[in-house]
Design a protein around this ligand. Structure first.
Ligand code: MG
Ligand code: MG
Length: 259
């Protein structure tokens, strides 16, 4: 069932999503060589709870942590561990917050220290593809327009789109209808109506699109070992322009301080 959110519900969804973005901003200072990914997770959980939320992913279908931290060839759903970040790593951090009855969900991929120009391009193109998809999240458009925008930009730049994992509706539940694929055809799929709230989340691989799952039952990685990137915003479908509920500027301001 697809639900459309009232203005009051959107207000609460924005609060949850802004807490996700603030959490991303807080962990920026830990995105450096020598830091264990489980330390990043601990800091995030502490911050979420200090701000009146609970981690939206922890316990979801048994997921053990607050964050999904996926390094290098890991695409999504990586489990924080004693892995120590090193120069050149590519780290996707997916964060969920549950607060006042509503979920927030957003992901950002960080470069640790110096990365190759190819990786820089992958991060730039994946983020661009997210915003091109968001441009299509407007009243009167169709779901396929979003997927088409994401896919065509990624593939035009020589990258590939993961098919098995998709974006989703979000609200009182972390994952609601509809599914939001990162591939598709213009003019195809469900018609987009005012008040639909969806998480758009391109997962783009530098190599081939195929994925595998690790024995931990969670971690998704590229089958060819190539690097993968993941950016996600939760947005409200509106006439003319989508309303983005999460906010990368909070993260980017912190990143500037590192330089
Ligand atoms: Mg997410
Ligand atoms: Mg999501």
């Amino acid at each position: 069932m697809v639900t459309y959110k009232t203005d009051e519900e959107v207000k609460l969804l924005r609060q949850s999503n802004l807490l996700v973005s603030a959490t991303h901003a807080v962990i920026v200072s830990l995105m450096k060589p020598g830091v264990k990914t489980q330390m990043i997770d601990q800091r995030a959980e502490e911050f979420i709870r200090d701000n009146g939320g609970t981690p939206g992913f922890k316990g979801y279908q048994g997921f053990p942590n607050a964050l999904c931290i996926s390094v290098n060839d890991q695409v999504v759903h990586g489990i924080p561990s004693d892995y120590v970040l090193k120069d050149g790593d590519v780290v996707s951090v997916d964060c969920g917050v549950y607060k006042s009855g509503f979920h927030g969900d957003s992901a950002f991929t960080f470069a640790i220290g110096e990365v190759t120009p190819e990786v820089e391009k992958l991060l730039r193109v994946t983020k661009e593809s997210l915003y091109l998809g968001i441009e299509k999240a407007i009243v009167g458009g169709r779901l396929g327009d979003i997927g088409y925008a994401v896919q065509s930009h990624a593939e035009r730049n020589g990258f590939s789109v993961v098919r098995e994992m998709v974006g989703h509706g979000i609200g009182r539940n972390l994952h609601e209808s509809p599914e939001v694929p990162n591939y598709g055809r213009k003019g195809n799929g469900m018609k987009l109506k005012n008040g639909l709230v969806i998480a758009i989340e391109p997962m783009i691989n530098a190599g081939k699109r195929f994925i595998l799952q690790n024995d931990d039952g969670w971690t998704i990685r590229t089958s060819d070992g190539s690097v993968s990137a993941h950016f996600e915003h939760s947005v409200v479908v509106r006439p003319g322009r989508a309303d983005i509920l999460s906010d990368f500027t909070l993260i980017e301001e912190e990143l500037k301080k590192l330089i």
